[in-house]
Design a protein around this ligand. Structure first.
Ligand code: ADP
Ligand code: MG
Ligand code: MG
Length: 211
């Protein structure tokens, strides 16, 4: 498999949404240790709405789908992380010519642009113990796989693996943003909730593609 049409891409996003919804308690537990414990609820709320928004609709283009996912998250999650996770899906498609199919290079390009928008908006860099710590390596993984002409399942597996390493690395970092910042070095050993969500999203895309 090297390209996804919009039906397959929709199917993939529905699979991702289901995984996020199922991860609510896990994410809550992580955000309780370093934050206020609302991350699991917010993500589940947003991705339940994504399931509703996608399931009975047909999408003309890849960009329409990303737009729908991102706008739904933005509208339903609320708060800072609604903007951040909305950005993860909306910002990468701004100004793109419409595509009927997505290959690894297109996905890598979309997520690269989203990542840059997210970093501009949130001001976080790798090492600040945020979702950027999982997102940036995931994007680099997709880009490297695309440059090597990997097929889609292999490329998405690479993205997921890199996201996981990035998420795990947040345990070694002190937070510069959000409530976790006030924990200082007490945050060492604990992983970031947003980075965990990013890993869940990339892992689900990979698992969907390998099935
Ligand atoms: P809140 O912190 O408002 O309770 P959530 O718990 O839903 O929102 O999300 C917290 C996550 O948001 C953090 O774990 C972190 O990954 C991410 N985050 C917070 N601030 C930033 C930022 N400035 N840039 C990128 N990600 C951020
Ligand atoms: Mg929180
Ligand atoms: Mg909160």
């Amino acid at each position: 498999m090297n390209t996804l049409d919009t039906r397959q891409l929709k199917d993939m996003f529905l699979f991702v949404a289901q995984r996020v919804v199922e991860s609510e308690d896990f994410l809550t537990e992580i955000d309780l240790k370093l934050g206020d414990g609302d991350h699991g609820f917010g993500m589940a709320l947003g991705f339940k709405a994504v399931q509703e928004a996608l399931k009975d609709k047909e999408f003309e283009t890849v960009e329409n789908l990303f737009q729908e996912v991102g706008m739904t998250l933005l509208d339903t999650m609320g708060g800072a992380s609604g903007v951040l996770f909305g950005t993860m899906f909306i910002s990468g498609i701004v100004g793109l010519e419409p595509h009927k199919e997505a290959d690894l290079a297109l996905l890598a390009g979309i997520y690269r642009r989203s990542l840059e928008a997210l970093k501009r908006r949130g001001k976080a860099q790798v090492g600040d113990k945020t979702m950027v710590d999982a997102f940036e390596p995931a994007v680099v993984g997709l880009e490297e796989a695309a440059a090597e002409n990997a097929d889609l399942p292999a490329g998405l597996a690479m993205g997921a693996e890199c996201a996981k390493k990035g998420m795990e690395h947040t345990r070694d970092c002190v937070a510069k943003f959000g409530r976790a910042k006030s924990y200082g070095t007490k945050a060492l050993g604990l992983q970031d909730a947003g980075a965990t969500s990013v890993w869940i999203i990339f892992q689900a895309m990979s698992d969907w593609a390998s099935e």
